[in-house]
Design a protein around this ligand. Sequence first.
Ligand code: AGP
Length: 607
Amino acid sequence: MCGIVGAVAQRDVIEILLEGLRRLEYRGYDSAGVAVLDAAHQPAPLQRLRRLGKVQALSDAAAEQGLAGGTGIAHTRWATHGEPSEANAHPHVSGDIAVVHNGIIENHEGLRRELQAEGFVFQSQTDTEVIAHLIARETAAGQPLLAAVKAVRKRLEGAYGMVAVNSQTPDRIVVARSGSPLVIGYGIGEHFVASDQLALLPVTRRFAFLEEGDVAEITRQSVEVFDLNDQPVVREARESSVEHDAGDKGEYRHYMLKEIYEQPQAITNTLEGRLLNGQLNLEALGDLSDVDSVQIIACGTSYHAGVTARYWIESLAGVACNVEIASEFRYRQPVIRPNTLLVTISQSGETADTLAALRQARAQGITKTLAICNVPGSSLVRESDMTLLTRAGAEIGVASTKAFTTQLAALLLLTAGLAERRADAAAVQQKIANALATLPGLIQQTLGMNEAIEKLAERFAEKHNALFLGRGDQYPIAMEGALKLKEISYIHAEAYAAGELKHGPLALIDAEMPIVVVAPHNDLVEKLKSNIEEVRARGGELYVFAGESAEISSADNMVVVPVPNCDDLIAPIVYTLPLQLLSYHVAVIKGTDVDQPRNLAKSVTVE
Ligand code: AGP
């Protein structure tokens, strides 16, 4: 989704801004723009450049035009209001003011009418342009930029992270945060701002995260932050532990493939200190003894992790568990039982719906909240009582891979914690510990299926639809497989609990419909075999990822790909891998943009 970078320095900041945008490219965008000012001159001419398409096009144009300046703001736009076009790209300018903005201004239509009635002329279809005009109206009336932004934010409804410059005062930038993250980067005699610290890692490792409602004025020498009530506040700058080279593809053709192959290490990192010498160490989870039920909230792939965890939490810990998509939860009036633990799951920790659902649950009286999240310092982490970090490392590919499997590993740890009240807690926890201990090795072994799956992928490239089937805790894995295939290969794919086949989807089966089945050797495998036969009898084309000991063999219209035997408990994690690899290879054959699939964003910070 949209990305923001800003800088105020003595040196030319254009390359810092462009490199920042490059590092945010993974989030998904359709256009890019930059505005720079030369702080040595007051007033300084506002130089703005925007391009439809990739940051490289903007970078080439900036070099051609010799764009330079010590103060600047830059943006990658993911269209919400108005088509992807140069006119709709940020920064938006009104008089001396230039603005970049992430999020959505919900009352923009009313504000647009108000400004048009006063003679302001709009150059774009965006909601953001109202912000530029509103600030320009304040500064034209004599307000300094900081006071102007403070006044304007009171008029805005919706979510925003915004950065503004004024060519009359080119030595400063003013930023405001409400619902969309912003982080300030501290250099020596220079300061930066971005929507994600990853953008600024080449120039600094010291970051302060703005809180909801904060406004900050940033110059080369100072950072002054004001809270929602306009009171000065200190947002402490801390050293970041995020890897500098997180944005490097290394030897891999795509980030997605790199991240698939990083899973053995990512899971080892998730378990570090939490699984010691075959024993679980669950101290970090705190006291869960008063938890009578669990409510999980998440979106997309993270939601699939939650659905998988429900099977574990109910069967292993004996605790009632409900799972819901955040965008649904936030707009209904759920009945939340006393002593409910609210668990949010998110790779980014900035997903707008998940954050809103967390706030909604708090407003309804939930007092115990746990975030399972991959980004330390993210909004979700900061707003939750407890955190279980997944430690997958930066995930750049839009398609979530290592974030998902590490979420599942973390959810097994949570299950073990919730099992504490059971009479046989020690046995259940030891069973989980034993299974988790084998996981990194098993994942490594499962990656050995890559070549076989690459061949299989050729059979999918010409297809328009696919069905994914699973039963029990493999049903959410089928859902995840279908999501992966559709998001990066653009093949329409749906998942069904195999038992549901004859209640409708069986009508879809013909020779043109590939059906992918996840079939570990578990207590449901015989039921699943019956479902497989139902499909075969109707001429369906089956691709079965089956446990080595499941006794399912290739036959007419049925390709069976063996998956290493593993403990039932961790089979959902192991069977995720072949499905990730399948969608990856299909997308490569189809020639889609694997890491930045069309219309999608890595971090969905708007509703
Ligand atoms: C999955 O491949 C997608 N990128 C998407 O469904 C993602 O999982 C969802 O947007 C939630 O993101 P989060 O984990 O950062 O909250």
